[in-house]
Design a protein around this ligand. Structure first.
Ligand SMILES: O=C(CO)COP(=O)(O)O
Length: 251
């Protein structure tokens, strides 16, 4: 059995005090949840503020990006070691917003995934097709390219901690969630590519999260599909009540 992961990507929202207020609201609402892994991903500057507030809540901390070098003359970047130092255990890599606005490519995603693993961080590697690619019938082609590129050079053992997030770009922030069938179809395909790359045991173990307009109303339907092992939530993670409802989708 794969333990589901519900992760909140706060994107470019929440200052320190706003983040602390959100955790104060969220923590009691998810206390006692042990069948789901809960992760929140604030901006870099907020990371070191949260470990004290998260202690004993069972909620893990993720960064939204990472650089692949450990240290050096790389102005503006943050390394895996520094994320660990700030209290993060996970890191989102290759989000479509980074691919779209900040020149992230399969090659940079691959370097970041490898650096995160080497630095003992759990990578949450994001992939997903644009509307254009879906309409052209290229969804699987894009997903396969992003998977093979992002995971290139890893052994099955190295791959083991990786979490994959399928986020169709057309569903992000649009309110247009993928149907349960569309998401399941993509997730099953992703698992089949992981089987080819790393073998069946790795594919059976890997958690594949769905992201794109996940809300309390649609979480349960998505999560009931066999290959959907969690959610990467944007907008609905910014409020304690809605994020907690998604975490408690099964109740
Ligand atoms: O990009 C996302 C999470 O990483 C999804 O964002 P929304 O839930 O706001 O659509």
């Amino acid at each position: 059995m794969r333990k589901p992961v519900i992760a909140g990507n706060w994107k470019l929202f929440k200052t320190k005090n706003e983040a602390l207020a959100l955790i104060e609201e969220l923590a009691p609402l998810v206390s006692g949840v042990s069948n789901v892994e809960i992760v929140v991903a604030p901006v870099f500057t907020v990371l070191p503020t949260l470990p004290a507030a998260l202690a004993g809540t069972g909620i893990s901390l993720a960064a939204q990006d990472v650089f692949w070098e450990e240290e050096g003359a790389f102005t503006g970047e943050v390394s895996p070691r520094m994320l660990l130092d700030a209290g993060a255990s996970h890191v989102i890599i290759g989000h479509s917003e980074r691919r779209q606005y900040f020149g992230e490519t399969e090659e940079t995603v691959n370097k970041k995934v490898k650096a995160a693993l080497k630095g003992a961080l759990v990578p949450i590697m994001c992939i997903g097709e644009t509307l254009e690619a879906r309409e052209a019938g290229d969804t699987f082609k894009v997903l396969e390219r992003q998977l093979r590129g992002g995971l290139e050079g890893l052994t099955a053992t190295q791959f083991a901690p990786v979490i994959i997030a399928y986020e169709p770009v057309w569903a992000i922030g649009t309110g247009k969630v993928a149907s349960d069938d569309q998401a399941q179809e993509a997730h099953a395909f992703i698992r089949s590519v992981v089987t080819e790359l790393f073998g069946k045991p790795a594919a059976e173990k890997v958690r594949i999260l769905y992201g794109g307009s996940v809300k309390p109303e649609n979480a349960k339907g998505l999560m009931s599909r066999p290959d959907i092992d969690g959610a990467l939530v944007g907008g609905a993670s910014l409020k304690g009540s809605s994020f907690a409802s998604i975490v408690r989708y099964g109740e």
